[in-house]
Design a binder for this molecule. Structure first.
Ligand SMILES: [Ca+2]
Ligand SMILES: [Ca+2]
Ligand SMILES: [Ca+2]
Length: 141
C-alpha cells in the first residue's frame, strides 16, 4: 500500500499534477455517477460512486484514506479539500463511508423530497459539502 502510494506520487511528480477547479470536478463526478444518463442519481448509482469506485480492498467500506486517494487521483482535487469533503459526507463521523452514510446523504441530497435525486440536486449537494463550493473559500491558490 505504501509503495503504491509512493509510486503514484512519483508518477505525478514526473508528469506534473494538474488540479481541477470545483466546477470541472463536479461535472466529472456527475458523468461518473449518472451511469445510465437519465438525469437522476439512483441509490445504486450513488453507492457505486461512493462505495464501489474507491473501495480498493473490496470490503464494502470506504475508509478516509481510500476515498482521498481515489478521489484526488480520479478528479484532480486537492488532498486537504477532499479530506474536508469526506468529513462532511461522513455523516456519522466514524472515518468511513458506508451504506448508512449513503442512505443518510440521499435524504440530504433530495431537497424537494420527491424521493428522486436529480442531477441539479446532486450538483448542489457537492457544492454544499465541498470546501470550495458554497463556503466562499478561495480554492484557486
Ligand atoms: Ca441515473
Ligand atoms: Ca460514516
Ligand atoms: Ca428530488
Amino acid at each position: 500500500m505504501k509503495s503504491l502510494a509512493l509510486c503514484v506520487s512519483l508518477i505525478a511528480c514526473v508528469f506534473g499534477v494538474t488540479h481541477n477547479d470545483l466546477a470541472t470536478i463536479v461535472e466529472m463526478v456527475i458523468v461518473d455517477t449518472d451511469v445510465d444518463r437519465d438525469g437522476f442519481i439512483s441509490e445504486a448509482e450513488l453507492q457505486s460512486e461512493f462505495l464501489g469506485r474507491f473501495d480498493s480492498n473490496n470490503d464494502g467500506i470506504i475508509v478516509k484514506n481510500e476515498f482521498i486517494h481515489g478521489w484526488t487521483t480520479r478528479y484532480g482535487d486537492k488532498h486537504h479539500h477532499t479530506e474536508e469533503f469526506f468529513n462532511n459526507i461522513d455523516l456519522n463521523g466514524n472515518g468511513m463511508i458506508d451504506t448508512a452514510d449513503i442512505e443518510g446523504n440521499m435524504v440530504v441530497i433530495d431537497t424537494n423530497a420527491d424521493t428522486l435525486i436529480s442531477v441539479d440536486e446532486y450538483r448542489a449537494f457537492i457544492l454544499a459539502k465541498h470546501p470550495c463550493g458554497d463556503h466562499g473559500l478561495d480554492c484557486t491558490a
